[in-house]
Write a protein that binds this ligand. Structure first.
Ligand code: IFM
Length: 426
């Protein structure tokens, strides 16, 4: 059976600066890799050297029929010292954007993808209210410098993942486990999103540039470990609310709700988005647990019989359909800004692509306005605390000589992108 995607559908891949560029030595993650954390970590070093090879990487993506690309701008390059902007970094990202346009690939630019300039981290990062001022200034600079080249902006990537990993689980810098005591991190990110949304439109209007602005939200599907347990069902609702929905509801309504605030109105936040970016990877089965009060009274039960990726995350294609249906309540166009699998077995990636895209198609048929799909990732890259072993790329990267070798999954995806169709077995 052939599944047809809507005309003009965007097919691309996503990356982020620290994961692919290499030598981002002015940000907080680099500092952490260099011994700033509690234990030794694999270092990102030269990553995929994409900073120097972006042109050929985009040419390769284009040869694989991708018509869009999502990348991130590294704040610590643009503003290496407080208030001092780097002309060479601004020039670099113009070149990156021009290269995408030359290839006929629509750019989607992310303004912040986890990393912070080290000078901001030293002042408390997202805990410091001043970040709203710093972020606004940085965003304005970016839009003034290359607003003419960016039709799709992502303000913040996965703010709730950042909060949980950095302030609840304590696995990412600054390795805090104080959780809700640090809830202002979430509040500041919500407010920063709103500020960025207006700055982008304001600056663009001055020059009659057109762009759409959204954020990339990680959506993890939660199911109860025991469907007949009311407590398991309750913690599923709790996790879904805090992890998946609270941030989005705040933008939709203009109010930040419990447990981050008590129904607090944020000026100019309501409706400050033109689209939603969905990052979907997995489902978690959760069980109520008194002992896990810091994890919303719930514990994740590891998959036993289900398919998993190389990091142990369950592969659950129906979840992308469930996530899309859930996000459809906001009645905004949706881009799938990330979806992918880390695996050494490329056949699994091929199956993953077919299974997930079938579910995306199902959601479109049900009326969800999905505009495009960005596979994570173009290249094997630096997977944060897990380093280089997880292989998420459509393109294999040899870390010894930076050789790029497209996998069969890259060719399968290319065929889908070229034809705008997905062939599935009946
Ligand atoms: O590599 C990350 C990316 O930076 C954010 N979304 C999830 C990916 C896979 O873990």
């Amino acid at each position: 059976m052939i599944l047809k995607f809507p005309e003009g559908f965007l097919w691309g891949t996503a990356t982020s600066a620290h994961q692919v560029e290499g030598n981002n030595n002015l940000n907080n993650w680099w500092h952490w890799e260099e011994g700033g954390g509690s234990k030794p970590r694999e270092k990102s070093l030269s990553a995929c050297d994409h900073f120097n090879r972006f042109d050929e990487d985009f040419a390769l993506a284009k040869s694989l029929h991708q018509n869009t690309h999502r990348f991130s701008i590294e704040w610590s390059r643009i503003e290496p010292k407080e208030g001092e902007f780097s002309d060479s970094a601004l020039y670099h990202y113009r070149k990156v954007l021009e290269a995408l346009h030359r290839q006929g690939m629509k750019p989607m630019a992310t303004l912040i993808h986890f990393t912070l300039p080290q000078w901001i981290a030293q002042k408390g990062g997202w805990e410091n209210h001043q970040i709203l001022f710093w972020f606004e200034r940085y965003v304005r600079k970016c839009v003034q410098s290359f607003g003419d080249l960016v039709p799709l902006w992502i303000t913040i990537n996965e703010p709730m993942v950042y909060f949980f990993q950095s302030y609840v689980m304590g696995e990412w810098p600054p390795e805090s486990t104080e959780g809700l005591k640090k809830k202002k991190v979430v509040q500041h990110q919500i407010e920063a999103h709103g500020v960025a949304y207006h700055v982008i439109h304001e600056e663009n209007e001055k020059h009659s540039y057109k762009a759409q602005v959204g954020l990339a939200a990680y959506y993890r599907v939660f199911h109860p470990w025991n469907v007949s347990s009311p407590l398991d069902r309750f913690v599923v609702k709790l996790r879904d609310w805090v992890f998946n929905l609270l941030f989005l509801k705040a933008i939709h309504t203009g109010f930040i709700d419990f447990p981050i605030c008590f129904h607090t109105e944020i000026p100019n936040l309501k409706g400050a988005w033109d689209f939603i970016g969905l990052n979907y990877y997995t489902r978690e089965k959760v069980q109520f647990s008194f002992k896990h009060s810091h994890h919303l009274f719930s514990k994740h039960i590891e998959p036993i019989n289900e398919k998993i990726n190389d990091l142990g995350w369950e592969v659950y294609p129906e979840g992308i359909y469930e996530a899309l249906k859930q996000l459809n309540q906001f009645q905004k166009p949706i881009y799938i800004t990330e979806n992918g699998i880390c695996t050494q077995a490329d056949r699994e990636r091929q199956q993953f692509i077919v299974d997930h895209l079938s579910q995306v198609h199902r959601a479109i048929k049900d009326g969800v306005d999905v505009k495009g799909y960005y596979h994570w990732s173009l290249l094997d890259n630096f997977e944060w605390a897990e380093g280089y072993s997880p292989r998420f790329g459509l393109i294999h990267v040899d870390r010894n000589n930076q050789e790029r070798i497209p996998r069969d999954s890259a060719r399968l995806y290319a065929e889908i992108a070229l034809t705008n169709n997905l062939e599935v077995r009946d």
